[in-house]
Structure formats: structure tokens, C-alpha cells
Design a protein around this ligand. Sequence first.
Ligand SMILES: Cc1cc2nc3c(=O)[nH]c(=O)nc-3n(C[C@H](O)[C@H](O)[C@H](O)COP(=O)(O)O)c2cc1C
Length: 200
Amino acid sequence: MTNTFLDAVKARRTYYGLSKEEVVKIERVQEIVNEAVKHTPSSFNSQSSRVVVLFGKESDKVWDITKEELRKIVPAENFAATVERINGFAAGYGTVLFFEDQTVVENLQEQFALYAENFPIWSNQTSGMLQYVVWTALELEGLGASLQHYNPLIDEEVRTAWNLPKEWKLIAQMPFGKPTAEPSNKEFQPLEERVKFFSN
Ligand SMILES: Cc1cc2nc3c(=O)[nH]c(=O)nc-3n(C[C@H](O)[C@H](O)[C@H](O)COP(=O)(O)O)c2cc1C
């Protein structure tokens, strides 16, 4: 029996080695991101997720910003390794920036005071689901991606560079491109320790 969804779930991995070589057209990436944003569920169908997709020099820019922000805080003797890591992300075809619109979250908190504490959590959860859908869909196209978190360090510069609303809170960055190296080996913990089934 085949299960294409679970096959895609199994195939998705973290790729650090990327190149700019065009595996799919920009339009196809746009289509994937649009479909993912439209169909990923959100609490109360609040649709709080916001996404910016950067290609080419625009993508390089986010990694330049990251490098410059890191330069301010990373000890000089460690900075070469930091640059190497960031250059690896910049070597890709593009970067997806994931945001959550805090206006939506705050409106929900006002409207449904009973759940006020939950809305920021659910907002992060919907963002995680969206990140996962995009990540897996990119992998299905033959692209490799990883998930990075240089927020909040880069938030202000990113907002300025692309003139984004201040209510858009940066949650994650996903560099993607043609894989140039295999993902590293992954160890799995025993499922019996992680999952319980009950039936009668
Ligand atoms: C919520 C979350 C946060 C992560 N943050 C980072 C990160 O900041 N940097 C990074 O290189 N990888 C990050 N990862 C990737 C994980 O390290 C990776 O998914 C995990 O080791 C399993 O490997 P795989 O993605 O190849 O299956 C993150 C993954 C998740 C789900």
C-alpha cells in the first residue's frame, strides 16, 4: 500500500549544503507558499501567519543582515565559523521568512478573553504547521531546506529592509536551494517509549 503523504513526511530532512541552481521556477515556489498559507489550519481560523519569500540578491540580503548582527555579539575568534554557517544559508536559491501578525493575536485575546493566554501559543503552533507544510512541499520539488532562528536579533533590520508592518513578528527563517550534500544521519528513539496505543 502506498501513502504519498507519509512518504513525503519521511523524506523531509534538514539540508545545510545548498546551491542557487534552479531546481524549480520561482513561480512554482510562489504557488507552493500560497497554497500552504491558504490551507494550513489556524486557531479560530484566524489566519495569523504572514510570509515573505526572498530570491536571489533579496535572499542574500537577509543573510548579510544576519551576519552583521551576529558580528556585534559573537566573539571575534568564533566569527569565522559563524560566517561559514551563514554563507551556507546564503548559498541557496531563496529564503522563506515566517511571521505571525500580532494584531490578529491581540484581537483574538480581546474578543475571547477566556483563551487570552492560549492565542500566542496557538499562533506559534499554526506557524510551525505552516513551516512544516512549506518545508515538506519544497522537499517534494527536489529542493532542500533548513529551519533557522536568528530572530529576534535580526527583526528590526528585516522589518526596515522590506518595509514590513511592525506587527509582523518574525518566527523563523527557512533557507532553501538545490541540495549539494546529503542530510546527516538521524537517530530515532524507540517509539514504544514515545507512543501509547489503547484499544478495546
Ligand atoms: C521547532 C524547530 C526548531 C528548529 N530550529 C533549528 C535551528 O534554529 N537551526 C537549525 O539548524 N535547525 C533547526 N531545526 C532543525 C532540527 O535540528 C532538525 O529538524 C532535527 O535535527 C531533525 O533532523 P531532520 O530535519 O533532518 O529530520 C529545528 C527544528 C524544529 C522542528
